[in-house]
Design a protein around this ligand. Sequence first.
Ligand SMILES: *Cc1c(COP(=O)(O)O)cnc(C)c1O
Length: 493
Amino acid sequence: MKFISTRGGEKVTGAKAIVQGLSSDGGLFVPEKFPEVTQSEMDEMLEMSYPERTAKILSKYLDEYDAKELLSACENAYSKFEGSDPAPLVRLDDGVYMLELFHGPTCAFKDMALTVLPYLLRKGCDICGITDEILVLVATSGDTGKAALEGFKDAEGIKVMVFYPSDGVSKMQKLQMNTQEGKNVNVVGVKGNFDDCQTAVKQIFASEECNKILAEKGVMLSSANSINFGRLAPQIAYYFSAYLDLLSSNQIEKGEKIDFTVPTGNFGNILAGYYAKLMGLPIRRLHCASNSNKVICDFLQTGTYDTCREFIKTTSPSMDILVSSNLERLLFEVSGRDKKLTAKRMEDLKTTGKYSITEEERKIIAETFDGGYADEESCVEAMYDVFIDTGYTMDTHTGCAMKVVQDWYEKNKKDETKMVIVATANPYKFPQDVLYAVTGNDVKDSFKGIKRLHAATAMAVPKCLKELRDKPVIFTKTADKKKLFDEVLEFIK
Ligand SMILES: *Cc1c(COP(=O)(O)O)cnc(C)c1O
């Protein structure tokens, strides 16, 4: 299968799309067409393990990768998860389920893809005959950074460098990154917010001069952000897997349509759900949940994407994003795959901070998507309500999704479509905020928060978070957002 750019004429193999990350015209790679999953394939997948299901989905897109090798890569990746199922579905209420994607090595859903991506990238280089050293540059709002560091640590021929907003991530997230071990990793805080980080990293990717300097040193850039198709592909699998789990436990019938609600930042997670739908998975609606930075929610309602607004720091930092990169892929689809128009809109976004789509396009999007948001108070309320009613504890990002689900049922009281809420982080990643939500107690220290939250919920504390307290801090540097390339050069010296 070939991949094309959302903005220009570039057409590449899957391996090349993954190695390169971003198209040379600045666009994102999308599959030339969406492979279908037939009913008989669905029947086969019903019996499969999670790694087998993922390998099956991946092989539909990445036909130049060996299918057996894909499977062993997935088995290896998901063997790093706690428990027997990497993506368990937990029943919350009649017809409402939590899809827990946080049982990986760094306790956030980013692990679902970033445990597989190193293989896809390493093998992709081999397939393309690339012998340069690969430098994976990551801009993170908190969770991608750690998952990439953990996924790529000590990978052969690959270095990974993470930039995070120095005051824009949670304490646990920062500590997770700054204590990272491995010979090939680097972490730098950036004075600014996530959008500043993402923009600065994208500029390095787009700069001919930077790429030339790196090429002279035998280094080629790649990305572990969800602009990379290699991040999206493994994420498509859990939408299928959740559906198959509902089917095999007789909660739905064959072909029955279901809904998903997804806490959204860069639009990568929910876009994977849309791709699953385009592949034939019976999805009725995708509910997009934002926090107070509700650019996407407003966009879905008005058809105008407008970033000219205040950036708000919230207790769900991984969703503190105004410029959602992956929306470009959705625009591309609903414009009838119009490259020129997509390029123009992205140019408008860059120069004016906004763009608009047509009413017709807005309606096409609204057939599948709707958006809601939770401000800080309503997120806490939603988390509290569910904790009191069911005993289930969720993290702050998932809390935003819960509020959006509550609002949906408020407006659609008789809706009987099964609802899957995607739970994106382990609650212990944000212990103080979650403790506050479920008990009303404030503590100043994250580890005290973990202790109290454990006392209140009896939920098991993941080892990787407990351990953090005694780990030495290795990275302490912060840099100006205009000087990130200097940091890159320093690192690869
Ligand atoms: C990254 C992240 C999100 C947002 O996911 P996108 O793919 O960027 O939309 C939501 N919740 C958590 C916990 C995350 O780490």
